[in-house]
Ligand binder design. Structure first.
Ligand code: UD1
Length: 355
């Protein structure tokens, strides 16, 4: 087999985590060029993940930064195109559903370079989300569609996409396994915050639909307050701005902290009573760690976690949030395996070898 050049585009937190599994597998027999768009740029939003996950440093950092949807995506597109031309890859690999994903896929497709999409086929059916638009378009442009679940496969089939579709499992499961087996899920953070195992909730709120609607954001914060239980809330910069802008006061039981790295997230989630989140990754991580999840959104792409009873999707309605948080011991004990066996990255590389 002739080694190929894979150009990987990353830019936002979840993509650094996913790349940790796949980059390792690619580099065993191929050359990888890692491009960081710079969508996330603060040290605690980017550098910390490269260190913790032993990710190779990017070959190119495009330094795009923040902006409106169009500005950010447009600047990325213009910067990724010459990078692809410089490195002449055999395939461009993108992850998930961020603006970096869409820009990478679109730049490659227009240059006639095959696109491989990791986490293909997920749908929220909510076109008001930038992420949903990014997913739908990226899937349309991809030659390799790597699905984490049967539901993702079925979504693509319903849209008439069947060529190049592969069920490989979730690369985040690969990363989590690796972290747990290396003991990289222990951190002193919970102790430093005075949290007792099983008696606190980590909460995250970062989706635009939650942060950019003041009523919704206030309702979510109030709901976290209504539990009276210690809540630790690592605040994404987007959320920090919204909280400051709207002068939302934190309830006494809710402790905000700066964004944290992956090891701290895993450690906080692992010992929690349950997690409350609007993040996609944390819904699955909670499941894999055997911790119930309350999803602060109106829908989820990770429907299997709901079907097995470990995830409740409650939107921003205080009564529903409170009921789910209070449900306590009424969560199920059956815990079937979901999203693969932790070998998704290996399968992805085996399939790319067909190139
Ligand atoms: C992006 C993704 C989202 C993903 C999330 C993970 C899109 C459309 N959204 O959302 O799918 O779940 O990343 O965290 O791509 N900011 C900083 N420092 C940083 C990065 C961002 O201060 O290092 C602030 C800026 O004010 C910026 C805002 O956060 O405008 C939002 O950042 P952006 O990258 O546009 O989207 P996210 O909300 O992070």
């Amino acid at each position: 087999m002739k080694p190929m050049t894979v150009l990987t585009v990353v830019g936002a937190r979840p993509q650094f985590i996913k790349a940790a599994a796949v980059s390792r597998a690619i580099r065993r027999c191929h050359r990888e060029v890692l491009i960081h768009t710079g969508q996330h740029y603060d040290a605690n939003m980017s550098d910390v993940f490269f260190g913790e996950l032993d990710l190779p440093q990017p070959d190119e950092h495009l330094g795009i930064g923040s902006g409106t949807q169009a500005e950010q995506t447009g600047r990325m597109l213009a910067a990724i195109e010459p990078a692809i031309e410089r490195h002449r890859p055999d395939v461009v690999l993108v992850y998930g559903d961020t603006n970096s994903t869409l820009a990478g896929a679109l730049a490659a497709a227009k240059l006639g370079v095959p696109v491989a999409h990791v986490e293909a086929g997920l749908r929220s059916w909510n076109r008001r989300m930038a992420e949903e638009i990014n997913r739908v378009v990226t899937d349309r442009l991809s030659q390799f569609l790597f699905c984490p679940s049967d539901a993702a496969l079925a979504n693509l089939r319903n849209e008439g996409i069947t060529a190049g579709v592969h069920l490989v499992g979730d690369v985040m499961a690969d990363v989590l396994r690796l972290m747990l087996s290396n003991g990289h899920h222990r951190s002193p953070l919970a102790g430093e915050l005075g949290l007792d195992p099983g008696r606190y909730l980590p909460a995250t709120i970062l989706r635009a639909e939650n942060t950019d609607d003041p009523m919704r954001l206030s309702a979510l914060v109030e709901s976290l307050g209504s539990t009276g239980e210690p809540v630790v809330f690592p605040v994404h910069p987007r959320t920090r701005k919204a909280l400051d802008r709207e002068r939302i006061v934190m309830p006494a039981n809710v402790r905000t902290i700066d964004p944290i790295g992956y090891v701290d997230v895993l450690a906080l989630a692992k010992s929690a009573r349950l997690v409350a989140t609007d993040s996609g990754g944390l819904q699955k991580e909670a499941y894999w760690l055997g911790v119930p999840c309350v999803t602060l959104r109106d829908e989820t792409e990770w429907v299997e976690t709901v079907d097995v009873g470990w995830n409740r999707v409650v939107g921003a309605d205080p009564a529903r949030i409170r009921a789910a948080l209070d449900a306590g011991l009424k969560w199920p004990t059956a815990h079937p395996p979901l999203y693969g066996d932790g070998r998704a990255a290996e399968r992805i590389v085996e399939i790319l070898n067909e190139l």
